[in-house]
Write a protein that binds this ligand. Structure first.
Ligand SMILES: C[S@@+](CC[C@H](N)C(=O)[O-])C[C@H]1O[C@@H](n2cnc3c(N)ncnc32)[C@H](O)[C@@H]1O
Length: 631
C-alpha cells in the first residue's frame, strides 16, 4: 500500500519537474528532482534528469557522475548509457564514451548511439581488442554510422594490430617485403583468413584505406595475384581478397604505384580475358578480379551481356561497381539540366579537372535523423534563436559546388522538410551524385550543372552551403557575393575556405612536384604519392586522407586554381558582403579548447579564432568552415 503511494508521489513529482524542465525553468525543475532524490536515493529517474540539466548547462562531469550512479542502480536502460556516452565525449574521455555507446547499442536501438560510437571510435583511435566492439566497427563502416572515411584511420589501426599482418605491413611500409615473401604469406591459410577478415574487407569496400604501410602491403599482394593470374594459375581461395582489393583500387582511382612489368602483365591479361569472353570461352573469376585491381573493368571492351553471366557475389559486386554503375552514370548525365553559361576561363580549367577526377569518391551515405533547420541552428548557435519555421514550411537549400553529392545528400537527409538544389561544374561528379541519390532514395535533392559565377538560380534560399569550392574560383569574393545574393534575408550560409596556415605543410610537397616536373596526370600523381608518402620529411602530408586517392591527391597537390586565406581576410570578405559570422564548425575537442581559452561567448569572434589558430596551426588543415547569417 505504502509502496503504491510512494510510486504515485514519485510520478507526480517527476511530472511536475518535467513540466518546468520542458518550459525552460531549469532551477525549479532541478529543485524538484533534488528533493525527490533525497527522499528516494535509489531512484534513477531524478538522477538522469538532473544529469540532463547539468550536461546542457556545460557541466558534463556532473552529468557523468549522476548517470554512472543511475546505471549502477538500473543497468538495463540503453538511453542512460547513450547519455553517459555523450557526456564522456564532452570530457574527451573517448575510450569510456565508446564503451558507453556500445552498451547502449547492445541494449537497444537508441537514436544517436551508433553515431556516438562512430564519433568516439574515430577520435579515440584505439580500442580494446574485444570481438563485440570489432563487430560494431565493421557495421559502422558497412552501414555508415558516420562517414566511413572518418572511421578509416582508427579501423586501420585495428587491422595493423593483427599479429598475423602487423610485421608484413611494416616490412611493406619500409619497402622490404620481397615478392617471394608475399607468395609465401598467401600460401598460409591463416594469413588468407586474416586478409579476408570482415574488418579489412569493410574498410576496403567502403572507404579509401589511408595508410601507406597497408597500401604497400596490399599492392604487394595485388602483384602476387597478378603473377599467378599471368601464369594461368587459378587460385579460387583468393577470390574474396582479390575482389576486395579491386574494389579498393577502383575507389582510390588506381592510386597504387605500378611497375612497368605489372603494367605489361595486366595489359596482356586484359587482352587474354577479353579475347576469351568474345570467343565465348570461360573467363576465370579470380583473373577477372585481379584485372579489376589494375584497370576499371568498364574500360576493357567486353562483349554485350558480359555482366549477365552468373558470378559469385563478391565478383558480381565488383562488376556492378566497375561496369554497371559507370554505365548508369553516363545515362544519367544526359538528364542533368544546365543553369547558365560556363565560359569563365578559370572555371573551364577547373571543370576539366573535375570531369577527369570527380571529388570525392565515396560509397555509403552516413545515416542521419532529419531535424528541423531552426532547431539545428539553435543547437549550433544558442544565442541566435531564429524564428521557428511555420508548420509545413519547406527549407530551401542551395549546395554550390556539390562535387559527387555526399554533402548535398547529407543535408537533404539531415534537414527535415528541405528541398535541396545542388550545382557543380562537373557533369561526371553530378552524375555520380544523382546515381547515389537515386540508390539511397533521397528524393528531395535535384542536381544541375552551373558555374557559380553565372548561375541562373530559379529561387532564393534559406541556407546556402559552399564547402571547399570558392577558393577554386578565379575571383572567390565575386562567387561568394553571387551566392550571398541568393540567401533570403535572415537566412544562413556555410562557407568552407582554405587556410594559409593550415595548408603550409603542403608547400614543400608542391615544391618537390615542381622540381620533378610532375604533371597532373595519373602516372605522375602516382610517382608523386610514392615519393612523398615514403619520405619521413613529409609525415604530416602523409597523414592527410586526401593523399590516398588519385583524384583526391590531384585536388590536394595538383590543383589548377587555388586561393588560401588568413582569418583576418575571411572576416574582411564577410564584412564587405554584409554577412555576420556566427562561428566555425570544428570537432568537439577543438571547440572545448577554444571555449576554455576564450569563453563560449567569443565563438563568433574571428580575431579570437585567428589567435587560436596561430597557437594551433594544424587546426584548419582541412579548411575553415564558417557559418554566417544575412541580416
Ligand atoms: C573539392 S570539391 C568539393 C565538393 C563538395 N563541396 C564537398 O565538400 O565534398 C570542389 C567542387 O567545386 C566545384 N566547383 C569549382 N568551381 C566551381 C564553380 N565556379 N561553380 C560551380 N562549381 C564549382 C568543382 O567542380 C568540384 O566538384
Amino acid at each position: 500500500m505504502n509502496a503504491t503511494k510512494d510510486e504515485a508521489a514519485i510520478r507526480n513529482a517527476l511530472q511536475e519537474g518535467m513540466a518546468h524542465h520542458d518550459a525552460g525553468r531549469l532551477d525549479e525543475a532541478a529543485a524538484i528532482y533534488r528533493r525527490l532524490l533525497e527522499a528516494f536515493p535509489r531512484r534513477p529517474e531524478p538522477m538522469v534528469l538532473l544529469a540532463a540539466i547539468a550536461h546542457a548547462a556545460g557541466r558534463p562531469a556532473e552529468a557523468v557522475e549522476l548517470l554512472t550512479r543511475a546505471i549502477a542502480i538500473f543497468p538495463g536502460n540503453a538511453a542512460y548509457h547513450h547519455r553517459l556516452g555523450l557526456a564522456l565525449e564532452d570530457l574527451s574521455r573517448l575510450d569510456e564514451a565508446l564503451l558507453a555507446h556500445a552498451n547502449a547499442i547492445g541494449l537497444g536501438d537508441v537514436a544517436g548511439a551508433r553515431a556516438g560510437f562512430g564519433r568516439s571510435f574515430a577520435l579515440a583511435g584505439r580500442m580494446p581488442r574485444d570481438a563485440r566492439l570489432i563487430t560494431f566497427v565493421v557495421h559502422a563502416l558497412a552501414q555508415a554510422w558516420i562517414r566511413p572515411a572518418d572511421l578509416a584511420g582508427s579501423a586501420i589501426a585495428l587491422v595493423r594490430a593483427s599479429p598475423l599482418l602487423h610485421d608484413s605491413i611494416e616490412s611493406a611500409r619500409r619497402g622490404e617485403l620481397a615478392p617471394p615473401a608475399v607468395d609465401a604469406l598467401l600460401a598460409r591459410r591463416e594469413v588468407v583468413e586474416a586478409l579476408s577478415h570482415p574488418l579489412l574487407v569493410a574498410i576496403l569496400e567502403n572507404t579509401q584505406a589511408c595508410d601507406w604501410g597497408l597500401e604497400r602491403f596490399l599492392a604487394a599482394v595485388r602483384a602476387s595475384l597478378l603473377r599467378s593470374a599471368a601464369a594461368g594459375r587459378d587460385r579460387p581461395e583468393l577470390l574474396f581478397i582479390a575482389c576486395a582489393i579491386a574494389r579498393q583500387c577502383f575507389l582510390d582511382d588506381y592510386a597504387y604505384a605500378t611497375s612497368a612489368e605489372e603494367s605489361r602483365e595486366a595489359a596482356a591479361l586484359a587482352e587474354r580475358l577479353v579475347a576469351a569472353a568474345h570467343g565465348g570461352k570461360p573467363v576465370s573469376d579470380v583473373a577477372l578480379a585481379v584485372l579489376a585491381s589494375y584497370v576499371p573493368l568498364g574500360s576493357c571492351g567486353w562483349p554485350a551481356g558480359f555482366t549477365q553471366v552468373a558470378r559469385p557475389p563478391a565478383l558480381w559486386a565488383l562488376l556492378v561497381q566497375q561496369i554497371v554503375e559507370p554505365d548508369k552514370e553516363r545515362e544519367l548525365a544526359a538528364s542533368i539540366p544546365r543553369l547558365g553559361a560556363i565560359s569563365d576561363e578559370a572555371s573551364l580549367r577547373v571543370q576539366r579537372q573535375y570531369e577527369q577526377s570527380p571529388y570525392p569518391r565515396w560509397v555509403r551515405l552516413a545515416a542521419a535523423q532529419p531535424i528541423a533547420f531552426d532547431v539545428q541552428v539553435r543547437a549550433l548557435f544558442p544565442e541566435i534563436a531564429p524564428a521557428a519555421l511555420a508548420p509545413g514550411a519547406v527549407t530551401e537549400v542551395l549546395v554550390a559546388g556539390c562535387g559527387t553529392g555526399q554533402e548535398s545528400m547529407e543535408i537533404a537527409q539531415g534537414i527535415a522538410s528541405s528541398r535541396v538544389l545542388a550545382i557543380d561544374l562537373s557533369l561526371a561528379s553530378l552524375a555520380y551524385a544523382k546515381r547515389k541519390a537515386i540508390e539511397a532514395g533521397v528524393a528531395n535533392v535535384e542536381y544541375a550543372q552551373a558555374d557559380i559565377l553565372a548561375f541562373e538560380s530559379p529561387r532564393a534560399f534559406d541556407f546556402v552551403s559552399s564547402v571547399g569550392v570558392l577558393h577554386h574560383l578565379r575571383d572567390p569574393l565575386e562567387g561568394w557575393r553571387r551566392l550571398a545574393a541568393l540567401v533570403k534575408p535572415g537566412g544562413f550560409m556555410q562557407v568552407g575556405l582554405y587556410s594559409e596556415l593550415g595548408r603550409r605543410d603542403l608547400e614543400p610537397a608542391r615544391a618537390l612536384i615542381a622540381k620533378r616536373g610532375w604533371k597532373a596526370e595519373p602516372g605522375d600523381i602516382r610517382r608523386a604519392r610514392s615519393e612523398i608518402l615514403s619520405s619521413p620529411e613529409f609525415a604530416r602530408v602523409a597523414a592527410l586522407r586526401d593523399m590516398y586517392g588519385l583524384n583526391e591527391c590531384r585536388d590536394l597537390l595538383f590543383h589548377v586554381e587555388e586561393h588560401r586565406y588568413r582569418l583576418s581576410q575571411v572576416k574582411a570578405m564577410a564584412e564587405s558582403l554584409g554577412l555576420k559570422p556566427l562561428g566555425l564548425a570544428v570537432p568537439g575537442p577543438v571547440a572545448r579548447a577554444f571555449h576554455a581559452r576564450f569563453g563560449a561567448a567569443r565563438a563568433n569572434d574571428l580575431d579570437a579564432w585567428d589567435e587560436y589558430e596561430r597557437a594551433h596551426p594544424e587546426t584548419f588543415s582541412g579548411m575553415y568552415v564558417l557559418w554566417l547569417r544575412k541580416p
